[in-house]
Design a protein around this ligand. Structure first.
Ligand SMILES: [Zn+2]
Length: 374
């Protein structure tokens, strides 16, 4: 990319009869000042972030800062703020103000309010290097306590109520099977000290978007949806488990737009924020979802790796899809198909308690593998 740019520059400067070398020097200087990365001493140790200086203040990208502290970021309109949080701390960075609200009670002042560069929010680096430090020390005895292991894991048993899901071999019903497995996953994770929330813990119907909203509203660490597969009549020999993560099938911009429409906030944005702010929001979401997709892929890989070791059928690997529950969640997410209910062997095993326990153990371990990557 840079090479092409420099070649273009070379031809342009030739046309304009400019000396090439000074032009190259100017570009190089610009690139250095735009993309200067350096180490910052944050509450959890040293982190490398992009740095930009305006006036006397040094700024860093807010979303990268959040990532370095394992905080998830959400955008709010009234009041306009970006909230960074995990289950230990919340940091409300107000837009257009130097004030930061920590844990909804302490007000701290930064040396500058948020600035937007190409739609991306930057904050004063001192938020990382000084303002937040006491809060992390006060509540943590070591780095580990701020790791992802302390977030909430959302387990989503598919279907429920009038939506039975697949009905397979000898009447095995997907909605009951996945609730059973999900409860087992919860028990294992809770015993190991993780916080778990289920989207449903009974035979009731929940629409797809509200499932993602449950995860979004509590700032969940990850969302794991559990399903059982079914094949059409002429493909009844298909067996095995597979795990999905969100595809980028749609173009990035239409996906973002759709997401905003799904969340029912488009109207609010256009009426309160005008075109520019709408674009800011698109930018924020786009960047966030790109990162999420990479994390979701990793989560899917690790869960499927564990499942492959114990599932009776074929290891069908990880796949991409555009499932609504994945598309609408702010946190990394995956959707597991534990086996084919239409296959006699898969279904027979999936009726057994011991096998369901094995599946649950594999899913829980895959989740733990993901949490422990860091
Ligand atoms: Zn299903």
């Amino acid at each position: 990319m840079l090479k092409i740019f420099l070649l273009n520059l070379y031809s342009v400067s030739r046309k304009l009869k400019l000396p090439v070398q000074p032009a190259l020097f100017i570009v190089a200087a610009l690139l250095v000042s735009l993309c200067h990365a350096k180490n910052f001493n944050g509450p959890n140790g040293t982190v490398r972030l992009e740095s930009r200086i305006f006036g006397k203040t040094e700024f860093v990208p807010l979303l990268d800062l959040a990532d370095s502290l394992d905080l998830s970021a959400r955008w709010f309109y009234e009041p306009a703020k970006i909230e960074l949080r995990n289950n230990k701390i919340s940091v409300d960075v107000m837009v257009g103000s130097k004030l930061v609200l920590i844990n909804k009670s302490d007000i701290r002042k930064m040396n500058s309010s948020i600035v937007f560069i190409k739609g991306e929010p930057y904050v004063a680096a001192t938020l990382l290097t000084s303002t937040l430090k006491p809060y992390f020390k006060k509540t943590s005895s070591g780095k580990k306590s701020f790791s992802r292991s302390k977030g909430i894991i959302v387990i989503d048993p598919g279907h429920g109520g009038h939506d039975t899901g697949a009905i397979g071999y000898r009447g095995i019903v997907e909605k009951d099977l996945v609730l059973d497995i999900a409860r087992r996953v919860r028990t294992i994770l809770v015993r190991k000290g993780y916080k778990v929330r289920m989207t449903r813990d009974s035979d009731r119907f929940i629409d797809l978007i509200p499932r993602a909203d449950i995860a979004n509203s509590i700032g969940a660490l990850i969302l794991v949806s559990i399903h059982g597969n079914a094949a059409s009549k002429n493909k009844r020999s298909i067996t095995g488990s597979e795990t999905y993560y969100l595809s980028k099938a749609q173009s990035a911009s239409s996906k973002r737009t759709e997401k905003i429409e799904n969340l029912g906030i488009k109207k609010k944005i256009s009426s309160r924020w005008g075109t520019l702010k709408y674009k800011v929001k698109l930018w924020l979401l786009g960047r966030h979802f790109k990162k999420n997709r990479e994390k979701s892929k990793k989560l899917a890989e690790l869960v499927q790796r564990r499942l492959a070791k114990i599932t009776i059928g074929k290891n069908r690997g990880i796949k991409t899809a555009n499932f609504s529950v994945l598309r609408n969640s702010y946190c990394p997410s995956c959707l597991i198909e534990v086996g084919f209910l239409t296959h006699p062997t898969d279904a027979t095993y999936l009726k057994r308690s011991s096998y369901k326990q094995k599946i649950a153990g594999a899913v829980a371990q895959g989740v733990i593998d993901y949490i422990n990557i860091k």
